[in-house]
Design a protein around this ligand. Sequence first.
Ligand code: IVH
Length: 681
Amino acid sequence: MAPPETSPDLARRARELRAEIVRHEYLYHVLDRPEITDAAYDALLRELRLLEEEHPELVVADSPTQRVGATPVSDLPSVRHEVPLLSLENAYSGAEVRAWLDRVADRLGGTLPAVVCELKIDGLSVTLLYRDGVLVQAATRGDGTTGEDVTPNVRTIRSVPLRLPGAGAPADVNVPSLLEVRGEVYFGRKAFAALNARREEEGEPLFANPRNAAAGSLRLLDSRITAGRRLSAFLYSVARWEGDRAPSTQEEALQALERLGFPVNPHRSRVEGAEAIEAFLEAWRERRHALDFETDGVVLKVDPVDLQLRLGATAKFPRWALAYKFPPEEATTRVTAIAVQVGRTGVLTPVAEFEPVLLAGTTVRRATLHNYEDLARKDVRVGDTVAVEKGGDVIPKVTRVLLERRPAAAAPFEMPALCPACGEAVVREEGEVAVRCVNSSCPAQVKESIRHFVARRAMDVEGLGDERIEQLLAEGILTDVASIYALDAARLSPLPRWGEKSAANVLAEVERSKEAGLARLLFALGIRHVGEKTGKVLARRFGTIDALKGADGETLQAVPEIGPETARSIRDWFSRPANERLLSKLAASGVRMIEAEGSPVPGAALSGSTFVLTGTLARRTRDEAAAAIERAGGKVSSSVSRKTTAVIAGSDPGSKLDKARALGVAVWSEEDLDRALGDAP
Ligand code: IVH
């Protein structure tokens, strides 16, 4: 085939269109000052799309048409951060802010530096890498050392430039050869409301808040879905800048980012002195509600970069920055009922239902009262007016009763003597706050245990949501956890809202779940005190369910993570005949009861030892090293103390190495670790 021939006119038109579109996107998404109508913008985009369809050789990677998302991936690849993403120390009051300022001044020889006050955006942090002005990688924070590659997803965010300088840049703007910038991806309030409205129409579960929506959208495996969600971003720091004129202050960095075309939050102030800082905090406590995005506080940053470097960082936080959190929001409402829910382990939880009230931007209708003791202490009664608070969390809390508004007839709430789900008598064990239903075939418990069993982090059976579980319980098709493995197409397909395809999908998922492995199975069984992590620890140590079942209390407690309570609970679980029957049924269905990855370690070579990792290891990531140590029975801690067995230092070790030396703790190389693990190269 002859090479494509494009007339120079068409190539020029494509360039013009791209520049025009990028400019309008910048005006709209970054400056919030559109100059043309949406329809006019769409017409430009359509023209470019047509042109590119007819002349694919004109398509470039940073064309605005390329923000549509890419082919889905099966997993988000991990990315090691060259510069770790630290978190911030929190302050909750003016006094804590002043104490931080005093500490900063002390460390700098008595003078307080200028501080930049920025709004703390409530989203998900990301780091973006530009090489020669081209966006080449975007990653989430992850654990601070290793994050997830979300490049295709971030490319769909209109305000994030695909190439630097972005639109609106002055002619003399300086583009560094390498730039790593950090910021926050978030959902605007309006975009969030629109997203949830659409999901409601489509019968999809709603997102609890904008932050969850941002996190969920950014971490999708299919970036084409991300492209349909209106994510936004603000960039707030430069992590690496290679090239001329590197900014020497935080304010300069923000201005440089603005000039390069990045969205930078304009609501900030470079101030000097504690009073000016407090005035900023005070002003935004109220004003923030008028913004189109959620902010949960103010980040204070020492302005001059040289002073930031002098202040340095602890293992977790930079000493030159602080996050002040706004006080939680409170509202008052009236309690209309106190309902009692029965959980997976039979615990009865009282829940206050109240007149809907607007709190921190969302309508709340109920709040957990945790347990009877908590309820009795607060003495919440039906008819009471209560104060409801929402902290950083999604779940609101009842903080107190406004006694002066209590109706004369309001009677103290009594926990029911019978389980509201099955009618059997409930018990309250000595020394326990929980009231529970001990009938293991109580329908509420069965339902909750099935929900837990199929959950994503447990056996991960997709397609068995709450509604279907309820339906199958009502039909008598599901009776306990093991009955999942007896499901068959002939019974499922004819049910309302099923059909052959859904049935086949769910059955394939059920089949797949048999291979989930011991760690997930142990978590899925819902043994008290055996969470996801303990499930993994037990699977690694014992390898098979029979070995675990045979372990006595002493053997269990010899596992570093297992305390007496967990050991007792495990023994207790295996001693119950009903559970024995359940395990036999699961085994007969072909559920795998041995651990796939990481064979059990009989002698647990590092048992009783605690290690701290610092610096970059040559042959494994820190997570991999930690996993290897744990598999061999050792523990990994984040801070060095006299009890630390050894600090394992890679290249560029941090302050942990100094601390180890100061405390006389052994320092090992990666090779020392290999030897201890018994797999010397
Ligand atoms: S600076 C070393 N600035 O808050 C400094 N963080 O609680 C790193 N955040 O993980 C962070 N707005 O995700 C900074 N203007 C802002 C921020 C901000 C939101 C987030 C960020 C960080 C978290 C710490």
